[in-house]
Ligand binder design. Structure first.
Ligand SMILES: [Zn+2]
Length: 434
């Protein structure tokens, strides 16, 4: 069929479709309006003539002009194997790979990822575009004819506010999963309260309500955005958290506008128990003599990541007979911390490395003078060793008075939203009601 023929066909199809819609609308919703149908059709036909037919775009390519075939990359299949059967020369493929390098290295194409090929509709079936989707949010368009190059595109990400709530029976992660939340959401929630709630001492009956952002692409969830507000009931206390940007970075604040962030994390790792506390005098299990223990021992399985409790600079990272593999972090003029007996020091951690709070600096082990896998954590304040579990730490910056009105507005809005989340009655209460 020639171009004129296609245009005429499209025109007829469109007119008929719109005419049918207009008939339906007439008979159902606008039964009272007595528009003669013939007339309505004429008017619509006039309108259709004026509307240009927009091409259907797929990855920004006018899909109607091509034969489009979707598939997945097979195991060990590379770009040549994908394209050679579709009339793309080896020279063109080599040129394409070279030109695309800056945007996307074609050797990174992986098995099971989705690809979409656009072929000429004529008998040659020459491939004109290849679209590769490396993840849920991006796609690479390879132009296989004129420019022989690639362009990386971001898909449109939709952000939606969601709520989740639950009561904890065993662990926070389990409860969040039961309520339909992801592990990423749990970890964000733990971060919000890293300084308030010891998630290893979470109690049965603790509860939470969370307002957070969910990101989706083409209707499919691709991740969690920010947590915007939380109410957390723990150990008889209620902790509120509101996300707010003071202009110099974002943070979480309580209902009074105090930052939830304290200077240091409560513990440098997920530990099973504290096996030995700071003491000026204890019987050393390996040396079999009384000496001071100027640290806190956390028992944990070998390989457990050890995190720096605050931002800082590594001042020592190495090995000695007593400490085994150890790392020392200077946080500021006042505080320094040290981490001993590591099975290994994390990659890139050496004297002079800058680290951020929560960054993994090593892994639990039993190197040096140690009977079993544990972390010996030492804390210095103004050059003197102190008990990490007793040291009083300064809170970080509260809401600046000049931001107070804006903060109050955000807080009021989210406090109201949190209040509308209602827990369903517990089975016990239901029974009592019957
Ligand atoms: Zn120790």
């Amino acid at each position: 069929m020639n171009k004129k023929g296609i245009a005429a066909l499209v025109f007829v199809l469109l007119s008929t479709g719109i005419y049918l819609i207009s008939t339906q609308v007439d008979s159902s919703e606008f039964a009272s309006s007595k528009k003669p149908k013939q007339k309505a059709a004429e008017i619509i036909m006039d309108t259709v003539e004026a509307i240009p037919v927009a091409p259907k775009l797929l990855f920004g390519i006018p899909a109607d002009s091509f034969e489009v075939v979707e598939s997945q990359i097979k195991r060990n299949e590379n770009l040549s194997e994908i394209l050679i059967p579709h009339n793309v020369s080896f020279a063109a493929i080599a040129e394409l790979a070279k030109n695309s390098k800056e945007v996307f290295d074609v050797r990174r194409m992986a098995a099971n990822k989705k690809i979409t090929l656009f072929f000429d509709k004529d008998s040659t079936r020459k491939a004109r575009y290849l679209v590769y989707e490396p993840n849920l949010t991006e796609y690479v368009v390879f132009n296989l004819h004129d420019s022989l190059g690639a362009k990386l595109h971001q898909k449109e990400v939709t952000v939606e506010e969601k709520t989740i709530y639950g009561t904890i029976n065993s662990s926070l992660a389990e409860s969040v999963a039961e309520a339909g939340g992801s592990p990423a959401l749990t970890s964000l929630l733990v971060d919000v309260y890293a300084w308030q709630i010891d998630f290893f001492r979470i109690q049965k009956g603790d509860w939470y309500k969370v307002i957070y952002e969910e990101k989706s692409v083409e209707g499919e969830t691709v991740g969690v955005g920010r947590i915007l507000a939380v109410q957390f009931g723990h150990d008889g206390h209620e902790f509120q958290a509101f996300y707010f940007d003071q202009g110099s970075g974002t943070d979480y604040f309580d209902e009074e506008g105090n930052s939830l962030r304290k200077a240091f994390l409560k513990a440098p790792l997920n530990f099973t128990r504290i096996s030995s506390r700071y003491s000026p005098r204890r019987f050393h299990p390996v040396q079999k003599r009384w000496k001071a223990h100027l640290g806190t021992d956390y028992a944990a399985p070998k390989g457990t990541p050890i995190r720096t409790v605050g931002d800082g600079v590594i001042v020592e990272a190495g090995y000695n007979g007593g400490n085994g593999n150890y790392v020392k972090v200077r946080h500021n003029g006042t505080y320094t911390t040290q981490y001993l007996h590591m099975s290994k020091i994390a990659q890139g951690i050496k004297s002079g490395t800058r680290v951020t709070q929560g960054q993994t600096i090593g892994y639990v082990g039993s190197t040096g003078l140690a009977t079993g896998p544990h972390l010996c954590f030492r804390f210095w304040k103004n050059g003197k060793q102190v008990d990490a579990l007793k040291v009083e730490l300064p809170p970080s910056e509260p809401i600046d008075p000049k931001n107070l009105n804006a903060f109050e507005e955000v807080k009021a809005q989210y406090a109201q939203k949190l209040a509308t989340i209602e827990f369903p009655p517990q089975p016990m209460e239901l029974q009592a009601a019957l």
